[in-house]
Design a protein around this ligand. Structure first.
Ligand code: FCB
Length: 392
């Protein structure tokens, strides 16, 4: 007999992107010279078309990021033309009845800040909150959800060190990583505080969260004390540490779920992979359930802010989405307060240091013609969104 999973009323069904990966024409960021994305998906120009497709796919929410280097190309000078651009983007979503989730930092920084050490410089807390405050003053009334930082730990441990080395700004070092994390925590806390103060003054509602990359860690040998200890440490440092430091300044938790790791003390173990994506990443839907249960203790609303698969031929995506949604449904049954799902990604895009190869989109992009083509799995996802239920 078919199993039916009903999702809560007002559940958000959406997809996510980030500015550098889709917009095109970003020239002043720390990524621009070393990993140029060129025109990317030309989303900067074609956003209305993309939102029409999003609507056609029955989605009611969209997560995207504002490119800081467009808004503040030189320190302290805000670019009005770009501010108007994102106002039009937000309005286009409103006109279509789509809820917006806006990320303020999704891996890219204006070059001027990168040259001053980026988030490793304690002044970044001031710079970031000044930029964030400006964004709130401009768009506070037309944004539904704010995400301060995307995957702060991936940023601090992988992206920032990679950029630093490639940009010739010095070698990655542990103190810089730790300072980055420290300043990210302060930047988030400050932004939450400022947004709530301003919202109170202007009597607007405000929801400020984070997009946190948590993984599902399991011991390679459940009987081994050391393997279990290693798992405990990973859970504490990778999944819990950052959230524990901001939990009193969070209106919701955004979960980016991609990974399941089996740990054999003291090393990470490569998976015995059953199903793998084009990037070699394991597909393990059950992990999202465990990652969600780990978040239950925070007693906060949770949105899945990212979950997706590199799958150019669209062979895995439908099963991937249904598998994850089914485990999310199980977590909801166990009273985890999940309120929405944003698939990564709406459209194929520029996958950071890996370039245009990996295809994460519900919609395929032809980079020659910029034509958009809806993948079959996207239609299946649309059916689930439309009916607010999953039939298995
Ligand atoms: C996440 C990033 C996102 C995208 C996906 C595949 O870690 O937040 O920008 O690259 O991975």
């Amino acid at each position: 007999m078919a199993k039916i999973i009903h999702f809560p009323q007002d559940f958000l069904w959406g997809s996510a992107t980030s500015a550098y990966q889709v917009e095109g024409g970003i020239e002043n960021s720390d990524w621009s010279r070393i990993f140029p994305a060129g025109l990317a998906c030309d989303h900067y120009r074609l956003y209305e078309k993309d939102f029409d497709l999003l609507k056609e796919l029955s989605q009611n929410a969209y997560r995207f990021s504002i490119e800081w280097s467009r808004i503040e190309p030189t320190e302290g000078r805000f670019n009005e033309k770009e501010i108007e651009h994102y106002r039009r983007v937000l309005k286009a979503l409103r006109e279509r009845g789509v809820k917006s989730m806006v990320t303020l930092h999704h891996f890219t920084l204006p070059l001027w800040l990168a040259r001053r050490g980026g988030f490793a410089n304690s002044q970044s807390v001031f710079y970031f909150s000044r930029f964030a405050e400006k964004m709130f003053k401009e768009y506070g009334e037309i944004v539904d959800f704010w995400v301060t930082l995307n995957e702060p730990l991936i940023y601090a441990t992988v992206m920032a060190p990679l950029l630093k080395k490639k940009n010739g700004l010095g070698l990655p070092d542990l103190p810089a990583i730790l300072l980055t994390i420290k300043n990210e925590i302060s930047a988030h806390r400050k932004t939450h505080e400022v947004f709530h103060r301003l919202a109170k003054e202007s009597k607007t509602a405000v929801y400020v969260g984070i997009a946190k990359n948590n993984a599902y860690f399991v011991p390679f040998n459940p009987k081994s004390f050391l393997d279990r200890l290693a798992v405990g440490l990973c859970r504490y440092f990778w999944n819990g540490y950052f959230l524990d430091r901001i939990k009193d300044r969070l209106d919701f938790i955004g979960l980016n779920y991609y990974f399941h790791h089996q740990i054999k003390f003291p090393f990470f173990l490569k998976q015995k992979k059953k199903l793998i994506s084009d990037l070699g990443w394991e597909v393990f839907p059950e992990g999202i359930y465990h990652a969600l249960l780990e978040l239950k203790k925070y007693q906060l609303p949770i949105y899945i802010t990212e979950n997706g698969v590199a799958d150019a031929e669209d062979k895995l995506r439908e099963e991937f989405i249904e598998g994850h949604l089914s485990w999310i449904g199980r977590a909801i049954e166990e009273e985890v307060d999940v309120r929405g799902y944003f698939h990564w990604s709406l459209i194929d895009n520029f996958e950071w240091d890996k370039g245009f190869g990996p295809r994460f989109g519900l919609i395929e992009i032809d980079y020659e013609t910029m034509e958009r083509k809806i993948r079959p799995s996207a239609r299946e996802y649309a059916k689930i969104s439309r009916e607010n239920k999953l039939v298995q």
